[in-house]
Design a protein. Structure first.
Length: 251
């Protein structure tokens, strides 16, 4: 069931998104060759707590960390570790959420570690552009699948593949609410978009077209061929005046 958010709830979500964007910006500035993913996780947790919020992921269904840190062929849910140290040429997806005043915000970016090759740069560019094309479809009267279609058709046209096993979602009082938002599919299907809806839109894009695999830790999802993957996510609210990207900015 879709939970429409009130203007006062969206105001809280907007502040939560601003805080989260600022935190992820700070964490990204700390990304460098030799840095452990655990150190990034510790930084994010400290900043979230200092902001008067709680990490959304830590303890969620048993997840052990504040961040998801997914490197290269890891699609989502990479677990931070002191043993995982970043190397020049890696790409790192950072996914983080927070809970404040009873409402959640969720965001992800993928960043280059030092200098990366052209294929990695193209993957990051296409994945981020796919996110914005999906966000453009968040308008009153559109159908939910218009978001999915915009993302999927662009990615396929650029010669890459969307991850089909994992989806975006509604968000608010729960980290994951209805509806699910796939990153592919035909347009003009599903519910009509209304003011008060809040979504976490999150294209996950990879260089191969094979199904993903789940590692033995029961969290980390990887490409089955070792191909690169990227992940971008914004929490957005639909209001009477248009789409509000709640997790934008942060610099």
């Amino acid at each position: 069931m879709i939970q429409l958010k009130t203007p006062s709830e969206i105001a809280i979500l907007r502040e939560n998104g601003r805080i989260l964007a600022s935190i992820i910006h700070t964490v990204c500035q700390d990304v460098a060759p030799g840095r452990s993913t655990a150190s990034l996780d510790q930084l994010a947790e400290r900043l979230i707590c200092e902001a008067g919020a709680k990490p959304a992921f830590k303890g969620y269904q048993g997840y052990p960390a504040t961040l998801c840190t997914s490197i290269n062929h890891e699609v989502v849910h990479g677990i931070p570790s002191e043993k995982r140290r970043l190397q020049e040429g890696d790409i790192l997806s950072i996914d983080v959420g927070l809970l404040r005043e009873g409402l959640y915000a969720d965001m992800a970016v993928t960043v280059a570690v030092g200098e990366v090759d052209d294929a990695a740069q193209q993957l990051l560019r296409i994945t981020e552009q796919a996110l914005w094309l999906g966000i453009e479809q968040v308008t009153i009267g559109n159908r939910l699948s218009d978001i999915s279609h915009a993302i999927g058709t662009y990615v396929e046209r650029e010669g890459l593949s969307v991850v089909k096993e994992y989806v975006g979602h509604g968000i608010g009082k729960e980290l994951h609410e209805d509806p699910q938002i796939p990153n592919y599919g035909p347009p003009g299907q599903g519910l009509r978009l209304r003011a008060g809806m809040v979504f976490a839109i999150e294209p996950m894009v990879k260089t191969d077209s094979e199904p993903t695999k789940l590692l033995d830790n029961d969290w980390t999802v990887v490409t089955s061929t070792g191909g690169l993957a990227a992940h971008y996510e914004h929490t957005v609210a639909l209001t009477q005046t248009g789409v509000d990207v709640l997790t934008q900015g942060g610099e």
